[in-house]
Design a protein around this ligand. Structure first.
Ligand SMILES: [Mn+2]
Length: 322
């Protein structure tokens, strides 16, 4: 199916409607928030009402995205919308701030390979680098204003989801989109320093503890780092600051699957999986009820840390040997 077939119908519904609620996923990232801000801004600048809702507060550097101060974390009483747009949400349950099943019409714009087209209108393109890249196409298809701040947020989304144009989703089309945005005045260095690379002392304190937990399994084919709630507290770090830590085990030669395990609650853990060699980590994550991309996926699991690690490693071994 050609994902762009639906692009024009979504552009049309935007042009026909007046009031929009934009949503992204829980535990948002720069692609989710950047895409939401970009589309929200483009709609607002066309003279319509666009509200961006997230489950805040924004962590890490997400608050450095321009316009992020306009994001609301709870809705005004009596707000009413014509259209709901979910951005970068791989599943309807991942939508933050609203129950996706109770809103209509729901537009689903996403690039996760596991997206099941949960919206009433769906623009899903697993070949796209980022939701940001798709939002750029949508803004053009709907002939919405594309101002500087919108351009910068789209750039931040693409830069973030491609690992600064290094991951396998760095394609000619993601680079072409970047060229277009840079021509509009976006400064890659500035966005990187502000949003992606800029960090607080807390991040390095957390990393120091995390590196102490790094372990390798199955002849060093799996590399793993674990971050507990206690470490986050000691470092004074928030969850989002650890987003890229999985790259430390991932970049070790020979590692096929890198894993970052983060405690999200009492007996609750989030596993983030990255792969260099197999394109099946989404499949591995789905064994535990998660999902994601071919080379970047994740899931959340209840239980004691040691039990979860044992369960996961057993399943991962099977994948390595297949
Ligand atoms: Mn994304």
């Amino acid at each position: 199916m050609n994902p762009e077939k639906n692009l024009q119908s979504i552009a049309d519904i935007i042009n026909r409607s007046e009031r929009f609620l934009l949503l992204t996923h829980r535990d948002p990232d720069a692609d989710g928030i950047g895409s939401m801000l970009a589309l929200g801004m483009a709609i607002s600048e066309s003279g319509k009402k666009a509200v961006c809702l997230a489950d805040g507060p924004l962590e890490g550097s997400l608050g450095m995205l321009r316009g992020s101060e306009n994001i609301v974390f709870s809705e005004e009483e009596g707000s009413d919308y014509d259209v709901f747009i979910a951005l970068d949400c791989s599943a309807i349950e991942r939508i933050a701030g609203r129950d996706g099943r109770s809103i209509s019409p729901l537009v689903n714009i996403d690039h996760h390979v596991t997206n099941d087209h949960f919206g009433h209108l769906n623009y899903v393109d697993a070949l796209s680098s980022s939701t940001g890249e798709m939002v750029l196409k949508l803004i053009k298809a709907a002939r919405l204003p594309l101002g500087y701040v919108t351009a910068e947020n789209i750039f931040a989304a693409i830069q973030s989801d491609t690992g600064s144009f290094r991951y396998t989703n760095t394609t000619t089309s993601s680079l072409m989109a970047a060229v277009e945005l840079i021509e509009m005045g976006v400064k890659p260095w500035d966005v990187a320093m502000r949003v992606l690379d800029g960090s607080n002392v807390s991040k390095l304190k957390l990393l120091r503890m995390g590196l102490g937990t790094v372990s390798f399994h199955y002849k060093d084919r799996i590399g793993m780092m674990v971050l507990t709630k206690e470490m986050f507290q000691k470092a004074g770090a928030d969850f989002r600051e650890s987003e890229r830590f999985v790259d430390y085990p991932r970049c070790v030669r020979g590692v096929q699957i890198a894993v970052l395990v983060r405690q999200t609650g009492d007996n609750m853990y989030k596993f983030s999986l990255r792969s260099n060699t197999t394109d099946r980590v989404a499949e591995l994550a789905s064994v535990f009820g998660g999902g994601g991309h071919a080379r970047a996926a994740g899931f959340e699991i209840k239980g004691l840390l040691d039990d979860n690690l044992r369960l996961f490693l057993k399943e991962a071994e099977r994948f390595l040997n297949e």
